[in-house]
Design a protein around this ligand. Structure first.
Ligand SMILES: NC(=O)c1ccc[n+]([C@@H]2O[C@H](COP(=O)([O-])OP(=O)(O)OC[C@H]3O[C@@H](n4cnc5c(N)ncnc54)[C@H](O)[C@@H]3O)[C@@H](O)[C@H]2O)c1
Length: 302
């Protein structure tokens, strides 16, 4: 049987956690950790592999980017992160675009059949840039952020029982995020949120990342665990509906961007994009974010 291999590029706060959760859940046979801080990456690999010594035989190693050869999935988590001084994810674009430009040619050459998952911020814009630079089919370039935003929404609405809640957050992974309250469910039954409650929850969601970053400097466990759930859906060909950033080609009347939409994930990456009817509140946010993303995607790729 073919061995399943996942490479994580950039193993700082969030990338290292992706490696750790991949190993804990025994998602693949081999994990390669890549970072410009080579000794750091070796340390991360040793720490992770020793964490599973009694539970599975996942092989974890650090290496140069060329070691991504033959990967089934490549996760990109390299680049600068937000700090309390860097107010929005969009402010990271110029720096992180350079990082993406430096790694994409090797990924394209060494693992032309991989599904790429982009974490680096501004995630939607970086995901678009990855697609543009690799020339991969758009189905195989997926952005991670919607699952994280949705897990936060479910946690907020669930009052301690988030698993009873179903609420997707679509749109930009950033200030233009669009929680789809019109489809929110508690134990399968629709929830009606009054306008003031929608506003309050949306604002709390918008601030939820900074609530972590301002205290512990980075979000780590939640984005990593949600990204690994996406990888499990892909490698296990699970055909699960998840909110992910996808390159649109006319869906939602949009082109020239990557943005959070409901997608079915399976072995081919994004197997289908669902087109949901959004109400006025949701549409306004979704398309406002889309305009910002289109402008940024255009300016980075023309
Ligand atoms: N999409 C999401 O849900 C989400 C969640 C958290 C963080 N992020 C983003 O992920 C990125 C990483 O965040 P972090 O907190 O782990 O930052 P970090 O600074 O802890 O880690 C980034 C790592 O990337 C490495 N790196 C930089 N350039 C590289 C290159 N060319 N090749 C290989 N490695 C390189 C650095 O050495 C560092 O180890 C940031 O852009 C952050 O905003 C996104």
């Amino acid at each position: 049987m073919n061995k399943v291999k996942v490479t994580v590029v950039g193993v700082g706060n969030v990338g290292s956690c992706v490696g750790f959760v991949l190993a804990q859940r025994a998602v693949c046979d081999e994990i390669v950790l890549v970072d410009i801080r080579t000794e750091w990456a070796i340390g991360q690999a040793l720490d992770i592999v020793q964490s599973v010594a009694f539970s599975n035989d996942c092989h974890v190693k650090a290496g140069p980017l060329e070691e991504c050869e033959g990967s089934d999935v490549v996760v990109i988590a390299a680049g600068k992160a937000r700090s309390p001084e860097i107010k929005t994810r969009l402010d990271l674009a110029a720096n992180n675009a350079q990082v993406i430009r430096s790694i994409c040619p090797t990924i394209k050459e060494k693992c032309p059949n991989a599904v790429i998952i982009t974490i680096s911020n501004p995630m939607d814009v970086m995901n678009y840039l990855v697609w543009h630079l690799t020339g991969f089919p758009r189905q195989r370039v997926v952005g991670s952020g919607g699952m994280l935003d949705s897990s936060r929404a479910c946690w907020m609405l669930g009052d301690g029982k988030s698993t009873s809640i179903d609420c997707f957050v679509l749109g930009e992974h950033g200030d233009g995020q669009a929680p789809v309250f019109s489809r929110a469910r508690r134990d399968g039954a629709p929830i009606t949120l009054p306008p003031a409650e929608r506003q309050r929850t949306s604002e709390a969601l918008r601030m939820s990342s900074m609530a972590v970053v301002s205290r512990k400097e980075a979000t780590t466990f939640a984005p990593a665990a949600n990204t690994v759930s996406m990888i499990q859906a892909i490698l296990g060909d699970k055909k699960v509906l998840m909110p992910c950033s996808a390159i649109l080609d006319g869906e939602y009347g949009l082109k020239g961007l990557s943005i959070g939409v409901p997608v079915v994930l399976g072995r081919g990456g994004i197997e289908r994009i669902e087109q949901w009817d959004l109400d006025e509140f949701e549409r306004e946010r979704f398309y406002r974010g889309a305009r910002v993303l289109q402008d940024m995607c255009r300016s980075l790729t023309q």
